[in-house]
Design a binder for this molecule. Structure first.
Ligand code: SF4
Length: 354
């Protein structure tokens, strides 16, 4: 990669128009050439972009890529999404986690259809009024779909701006003061001629090159503009907690059909309310060895999961709503990610969500 080296004076001269133009074109040229081909990058449809941005919050790109296409096939427009039941939406969301996002997306779709005749708001200010849309998502949708010149600032972009400017080490005690400058600087750097591409380029750089723990400065298209160039201190990552949990897979035959016992998480649960999962194992079963061992991460917790084959007597439904479900139709229920993974791995389920 050929890069022009900028002097410290140039790096510091943040008002220099040619410096800004040069920085912008370096990043945009790189993005247009090197960006990952992702399904949501081939559209300017505000609805599709909105769905992708909500899915991408706190969720890996690979997981979103899998679910995004199926979600849009089932709900190709905001009208389809608004007309769906919550259970249908959660079913298509299963495996992405953070189900509150799906509920709020659904609720916002209904508001758009009911109050705006299905027209997605065109500005970040209006988008912010919808449930589940924060500043980042509003800016991302407005800039990518409608070219509004507004910076979308997520953790990746914050890190790039901070390193680019050399504003203190990440995790420094003056971090709140630094954070106050980042938003203004991100907005100043934004290319008003291509705000959607610019925002995506900044996010792409943070996600693939300016990595949190080991930035790949030698591959960075804006290394010559960067005050830090990898000389930074990254904060220690908060350790993940480990927990163990045991579930029971209870199966019965009805003629040629196999049925599995599922329980529904209560509506008042803060995590995954209303979703279906396997019953908890009570330990009262034989054989004692688990039929399946899994690992499953949710938020800051790594779960070691053991699945035991059990009879209905060996499980705890704990007053929860429960039912026997034809194993082939279980995919059509809003299953927790772990329940879906367990049923798939135990051969009870094909992932044929509607
Ligand atoms: S040079 Fe290194 S630290 Fe600076 S923006 Fe590029 S990857 Fe990040």
């Amino acid at each position: 990669m050929t890069t022009k080296t900028h002097s410290n004076a140039e790096v510091g001269n943040k008002e220099d128009a040619s410096y800004l133009n040069s920085l912008r074109s370096s990043l945009l040229d790189w993005f247009r050439l090197k960006q990952r081909r992702l399904p949501w990058r081939d559209t300017r449809d505000p609805y599709a972009i909105w769905v992708s941005e909500v899915m991408l919050q706190q969720t890996r790109v690979a997981a979103v890529s899998e679910r995004y296409v199926a979600f849009l096939e089932r709900f190709p427009t905001v009208f389809n999404l608004a007309a769906a039941t919550e259970a249908e939406v959660l079913t298509l969301w299963s495996g992405l986690g953070y189900y509150r996002r799906a509920r709020q997306l659904h609720c916002a779709a209904r508001q758009i259809v009911e109050h705006k005749a299905g027209e997605i708001p065109t500005t970040a200010g209006e988008l912010l009024l919808l449930p589940g849309i924060g500043k980042y998502t509003a800016a991302a949708v407005a800039s990518i779909a409608y070219s509004e010149p507004i910076a979308a600032i997520d953790g990746n972009v914050e890190r790039v701006v901070q390193r680019l400017r050399g504003w203190g080490s990440e995790g420094a005690s003056d971090q709140p003061a630094i954070a106050r400058h980042i938003s203004a600087e991100a907005q100043r750097l934004l290319d008003p001629a291509a705000p959607g591409d610019w925002n995506q380029a900044m996010m792409e750089l943070g996600a693939t090159v300016c990595l949190p723990r080991a930035p790949r400065c030698a591959d960075c298209p804006i290394v010559s503009f960067c005050a830090t160039r990898g000389e930074h201190v990254t904060p220690k990552r908060a350790p993940m907690r480990s927990e163990s949990v045991a579930y029971a897979l209870v199966v019965r035959s009805r003629g040629k059909t196999k049925q599995v016992l599922l329980v529904q998480r209560p509506a008042e649960e803060t995590v995954m309310p209303g979703m279906w999962e396997l019953p908890l194992d009570t330990g009262d079963h034989s054989p004692a060895a688990p039929m399946l061992k899994l690992r499953h991460a949710i938020m800051q917790v790594n779960y070691k999961v053991e699945i035991y084959s059990a009879t209905a007597n060996g499980v705890s439904v704990d007053g929860k709503k429960h039912r026997w479900v034809d194993a082939r139709s279980a995919a059509k229920l809003p299953l927790t990610g772990l329940a879906r993974k367990t049923l798939l791995q135990s051969g009870m389920l094909n992932d044929d969500r509607p």
